[in-house]
Design a protein around this ligand. Structure first.
Ligand SMILES: C[S@@+](CC[C@H](N)C(=O)[O-])C[C@H]1O[C@@H](n2cnc3c(N)ncnc32)[C@H](O)[C@@H]1O
Ligand code: SF4
Length: 447
């Protein structure tokens, strides 16, 4: 039921996945190219998070619009790690001498596209250049089944990975094919066997719903196949079809969007109910955690307040006043150009693209990132940080959410989404964007 159009209707539950506010598509070139040393001066740096981006994959999946390229010509991964090392040294210089990291993640693309020896080097860069003690902080790494080989997993486990996230998408070969994900179930099962044998405290499995031909029964069959591995976490992603992706370019004629929305909502409910019955807790619309399981990132880092240092050409970084990144793209030729520019760059001491975090934007970000979690907004923490309440700061937005039945009855000191509000998280989030962020995102042209 893949639609031909990629624009969601106003009432679609699937407007946009708000994993960060504001979205990178709101970032604009910063004409003054501020120096990182100035951006980080005076920032709280005792519990930073480090993100290393690896923009390589073996294949380009039809649904994926992440910043990544297929394969790497001879020498490119080495050149990329060389650039990452140069960037790490310059960024570390811009931080305070006493800066401390409380959390680390390697994302992509597919970090395990790198060989075992290259992964060792990636860990070395994080440790020796950035000063992160990887064995002492939560470290999350993304992997795909075919690249999750025993030698790579051994390196990752040995260097302190606490959470290994495996992209599976579907255990059914026909559904993987419909999503243009070249993958066989036997390979997925073998990868899960290797991941479990490597002994990571937390295994996360990513699955996608809303694939053409997927039914509640086939969806639950995929979930059950995942549950046999007793994953500590599961991420259930509604399928999005975005511009310039394989599915977006060749969108086969299919059902109208309302039918696709209805399919995704029904699959969401079936998946949620199944996991709750199987002893999982719902952390957010997408995330489920096995009750009593180890937590991957129960650390000191608080995503609403602490800074993030992103390295690699697709990574974002956050200070309290500016979110910034390099250029990025989806189209294969543009991605290759940006990666080539990155590996050739001698100077990483300035921010290129960004979004200024005003006081209003900081409050919005705090609200969006807390409300979309099952735990909701801790009103005392909000008051302590801003001397106010979400109702005082955003009366119109919250009144609309309440009128739609998306807010739960007030609970002890928390502002929470109702179960229906959680189901509509991807429509709730965009309603909390500022007019300026909304306008910038609307103006963005995919490339
Ligand atoms: C970086 S990938 C995971 C690791 C690895 N590259 C892989 O694919 O196995 C991030 C996850 O985002 C989800 N995702 C990406 N694009 C999506 C889309 N258009 N719709 C739904 N989920 C998507 C997929 O579940 C994917 O596993
Ligand atoms: S889903 Fe994963 S493997 Fe597929 S193209 Fe995206 S990042 Fe690469």
């Amino acid at each position: 039921m893949t639609p031909t159009s990629t624009t969601a209707t106003a009432e679609s539950p699937y407007q946009s996945y708000v994993y960060a506010y504001p979205h990178k598509t709101a970032y604009r070139p910063l004409p003054e190219r501020p120096r990182l040393a100035e951006l980080w001066r005076g920032e709280k740096q005792d519990a930073l998070s480090l993100y290393l981006h690896v923009p390589f994959c073996e294949v380009r999946c039809g649904f994926c619009n992440l910043f990544t390229r297929i394969g790497s010509p001879e020498g490119l991964t080495t050149a990329y790690l060389d650039a990452l090392e140069r960037q790490a040294a310059q960024v570390r210089e811009a931080l305070a001498p006493g800066a401390r990291f409380a959390l680390a993640a390697f994302g992509g693309g597919t970090p395990t596209y790198l060989s075992a020896a290259e992964l060792e080097r990636l860990c070395d860069i994080a440790e020796s250049r950035m000063g992160v003690d990887l064995r002492a902080v939560p470290l999350s790494v993304e992997a795909s089944p075919d690249t999750a080989t025993a030698d790579r997993l051994r390196v990752l486990a040995e260097r302190g990975t606490t959470r290994l996230s495996l992209g599976v998408q579907s255990f059914l070969d026909g559904e993987a094919k419909a999503a243009v994900r070249p993958q066989k179930r036997a390979a997925v099962e073998a990868a899960l066997e290797r991941v479990r044998a490597a002994g990571f405290p937390v295994l996360n499995v990513d699955l996608i719903y809303g694939i053409e031909g997927q039914t509640p029964a086939s969806w639950v069959a995929s979930l059950d196949a995942a549950l046999r591995w007793r994953p500590e976490e599961l991420y259930l992603y509604p399928l999005y079809v975005r511009p310039l992706t394989g599915l977006g370019r060749h969108g086969a004629a299919g059902a109208a969007e309302p039918a696709w929305d209805a399919q995704r909502l029904a699959l969401y409910r079936a998946g949620r109910d199944h996991l709750l019955a199987e002893g999982y807790e719902q952390v957010s619309m997408r995330m489920f955690r096995r009750a009593g399981a180890a937590r991957a990132s129960a650390g000191e880092y608080a995503c609403q307040t602490d800074g993030m240092v992103g390295l690699g050409c697709g990574a974002r970084s956050y200070t309290s006043r500016l979110h910034y990144s390099f250029d990025y793209a989806v189209d294969a030729r543009e991605v290759r150009r940006i990666i080539d520019d990155y590996v050739a760059a001698p100077d990483f001491s300035r921010a290129e693209l960004g979004w200024e975090m005003t006081d209003e934007e900081t409050r919005r970000r705090h609200l969006v990132q807390s409300l979309l979690q099952g735990e909701g907004v801790d009103l005392a923490a909000y008051r302590e940080r801003f001397g106010s309440t979400p109702e005082l700061d955003f009366p119109a937005e919250l009144a609309e959410l309440a009128a739609r039945g998306w807010l739960a009855d007030p609970a002890a000191g928390r502002l929470l989404l109702s179960p229906e509000g959680l189901a509509w998280s991807d429509a709730v989030g965009p309603r909390l964007f500022s007019a300026a962020a909304r306008a910038a995102m609307a103006e963005y042209e995919a490339k």
